[in-house]
Design a protein around this ligand. Structure first.
Ligand SMILES: Cc1ncc(C[n+]2csc(CCOP(=O)(O)OP(=O)(O)O)c2C)c(N)n1
Ligand code: SF4
Ligand code: SF4
Ligand code: SF4
Length: 615
């Protein structure tokens, strides 16, 4: 609107006053259904643009200058210089085919070279007030705010403004703590500040321009700190955030409700995970050429990621799982063969330990690291059949650590188009982990209705409000009895989200985690998307539960209802989102009927879950 108003004032193709009348009418026609607030904001944008338009007299020399502003080049990898930068300059069509790998793989961890600097305001940390809960880091959709631990001696040479405070917790004795933002990667969404539970504003949003240079230097220093050599519980909200996010600085919308889940999964399992990603927002922010937000740790370990068709992604992930199983069984056969051939010494111990712990992440990694340290020289020294076997084992190092197979996708994939395959894979009993990022619409293609869209919500193909209720995907999966199922909402309960993701991964069969994901398609303030996830649970709109088949084997009830009876108004929650409020504006009577139906459905669903939990 701003640019359109400016164009008509400058270009004078028609009298500007006429143009303004047409623009404002178009605003009413386009946004009327979204409510007066949005219409008025757009109208104000037009008026303010016309008032503020200023002519800038540029120096005449600009018309003939042949040199531009000088680019400040930082040290970047060859691929960034030779492939990514030309593509970003829209010169990708000049690249030869030989610039790309023949197998289609691309270097990872390249979003960090974009440094887009798109935020208007960014969080500034105040050490005094911070209680070191790490919740701001937990919810950040772009992995831009991270806690760092450093010993005093590591802080020599730190920038002056790199203030730290004594780390809380006996496991962190001798360490200093700092919460650090990456100013040029932050999108300025404000969720970190919004959810900070401490009194006295330990983080506040301030203009980017005021602190960008200082904080960019601080972030660079923080990233150069050595990894702390401490044992801590990784499976807590606080502890998980000391783990490196292996998904960072994606191109998702500011405040996206999907990406905090993806980031958390990579923090917990990223160094040994494979991801099959259905087409949707998660494949677009997960793999938009030319950069890649998935990255690696200091050992070069990180998620292996690929996107498949919308309609076959569960099968794609299942294939990964089957291939891994077959290849690891082959590895176990070879190890048994080496033992049968009479292998002795340290390698024998490592092999035996690996066979015992091969399906446990920590045990297989520990034994695998031992094998890695010994195998090459053992293979070189051996002869005959033993040499052949050890050489084959040495060539399978990628399989030593137990892998974590994840299948990611949105509700359009899981509830609709990929559902047949998803059902088949869950039924297989294989050890795969499915994360459904439920935005209740096909977000990436502009908000079409899916079977996850609840009654009364306006979406494309449901312009007068969805008439029928949301499919209960979790309940269908629970009917198998051997599928781990959880329904989570990070904004409502970070502990429950973390617990569910950890349990799902640990469960040795199929797991399904359905994650409530606030989205721009809901018509909400994305600076408070985490809070919206909390309101959804408090209003009884989204239930939290975990169904763990292992509890049934112990004679316990496998179903745990984690959310309490609603404490907030269901109707107020709906009216806080444009996808519902606009129905009320367009068709008030129908809206009342549909909202009453939606509330009744949510109530019946909660009561059913309560009965299941009480059994
Ligand atoms: C068979 C098929 N139909 C349609 C599309 C187009 N398409 C790509 S992404 C997408 C929406 C994905 O929605 P969802 O699964 O809910 O994920 P979200 O974008 O919400 O994360 C659609 C319809 C496609 N790629 N393949
Ligand atoms: S403002 Fe948003 S993107 Fe920036 S650090 Fe906070 S949560 Fe992350
Ligand atoms: S959420 Fe607030 S109190 Fe907690 S670590 Fe972040 S700034 Fe500190
Ligand atoms: S459209 Fe929604 S799900 Fe997609 S990136 Fe934006 S906020 Fe996230």
């Amino acid at each position: 609107m701003v640019m359109q108003a400016a164009f008509f004032k400058i270009a004078q193709v028609i009298p500007v006053d006429d143009a303004v009348v047409y623009i404002k009418q178009a605003i009413k026609d386009t946004y009327g259904r979204k409510g007066d607030k949005i219409v008025n904001m757009n109208i104000q944008a037009v008026d303010r643009a016309l008032e503020a338009l200023e002519e800038i007299k540029y120096p005449e020399s600009w018309a003939t200058d042949t040199t531009g502003a000088e680019l400040v080049e930082e040290e970047v990898p060859e691929y960034v210089k030779n492939v990514i930068r030309p593509i970003l300059r829209q010169e990708g069509d000049k690249l030869p085919v030989s610039a790309f790998a023949a197998d289609g793989t691309v270097p990872v961890g390249t979003t960090k070279y974009e440094k887009r600097g798109i935020a208007v305001t960014i969080p500034q940390w105040n050490a005094d007030e911070c209680i070191q809960c790490n919740q701001c880091s937990f919810v950040c959709p772009h992995a831009c705010i991270r806690p760092y631990l450093a010993k005093e001696e590591d802080l020599a040479g730190a920038p002056e403004s790199f203030v730290t405070k004594k780390a809380i917790g006996k496991e962190f004795a001798g360490y200093q703590y700092r919460m650090q933002v990456s100013p040029l990667d932050c999108t300025g969404c404000g969720n970190c500040v919004d959810i900070c539970p401490a009194k006295g504003n330990p983080i506040t949003m301030v203009p980017l321009a005021d602190i960008v240079d200082e904080e960019a230097a601080n972030f660079k220093f923080a990233e150069s700190l050595p990894k702390p050599d401490v044992e801590f519980n990784r499976e807590t909200v606080k502890g998980s955030q000391f783990l490196q996010p292996l998904f960072e600085f994606s191109g998702a919308c500011a405040g996206c409700g999907e990406t905090p889940y993806v980031k958390l999964v990579t923090q917990l399992f990223g160094d040994r995970m494979l991801v099959a990603n259905a087409t949707g927002c998660s494949s677009i922010y997960g793999g938009s050429s030319p950069t890649c937000p998935y990255t690696v740790n200091e050992k070069g370990h990180g998620p292996a990621w690929a996107n498949s068709l919308f309609e076959d992604n569960a099968e794609f992930g299942y294939g990964m799982s089957l291939a891994l199983r077959q290849r690891r069984e082959k590895l176990a056969d070879l190890i048994n063969q080496a033992l049968a051939l009479g292998l002795e010494g340290e390698l024998k111990t490592a092999f035996t330990q690996w066979l015992e712990g091969k399906d446990d992440a920590d045990a297989s990694r520990k034994a695998g690291d031992q094998i890695k340290a010994l195998i090459d020289s053992a293979a070189a020294q051996a002869g005959g059949e033993m040499k052949e076997v050890l050489t084959a084992i040495a060539g399978m190092k990628d399989l030593y650590t137990k892998k974590s197979v994840w299948i990611f996708g949105g509700d359009g994939w899981a509830y609709d188009i990929g559902y047949g395959g998803l059902d088949h894979v869950l039924a297989s009993g294989d050890d795969v982990n499915v994360l459904v990022l439920d935005t209740e619409v096909y977000s990436n293609t502009g908000g079409q209705s899916s079977k996850a869209t609840p009654t009364g919500a306006i979406a494309k193909f449901a312009a007068a409000g969805k008439r029928v209720k949301k499919k209960d995907l979790g309940l269908i999966a629970m009917s198998y009895g051997y599928v781990y199922v959880a329904s989570v909402s990070m904004g409502a309960n970070k502990n429950q989200t973390l617990k569910a993701i950890v349990e799902a991964e640990r469960y040795p069969g199929p797991s399904l985690v359905i994650a409530y994901s606030p989205c721009i398609n809901h018509g909400i303030n994305m600076g408070k998307s985490q809070r919206e996830g909390q309101l959804a649970v408090e209003a009884g709109y989204w239930p939290l539960y975990r169904y763990n088949p292992e509890l049934a084997l112990e004679g316990k009830n496998p179903f745990i209802l984690d959310s309490k009876e609603p404490t907030a108004s269901f109707r107020d929650f709906l009216m806080g989102e444009v996808r519902y409020a606009s129905l009320k504006k367009l068709y008030p009577e129908q809206a009342d009927d549909l909202f009453a139906k939606a509330e009744q459905e949510a109530k019946l669903r909660y009561e059913m879950y309560k009965r299941m939990a009480d059994n």
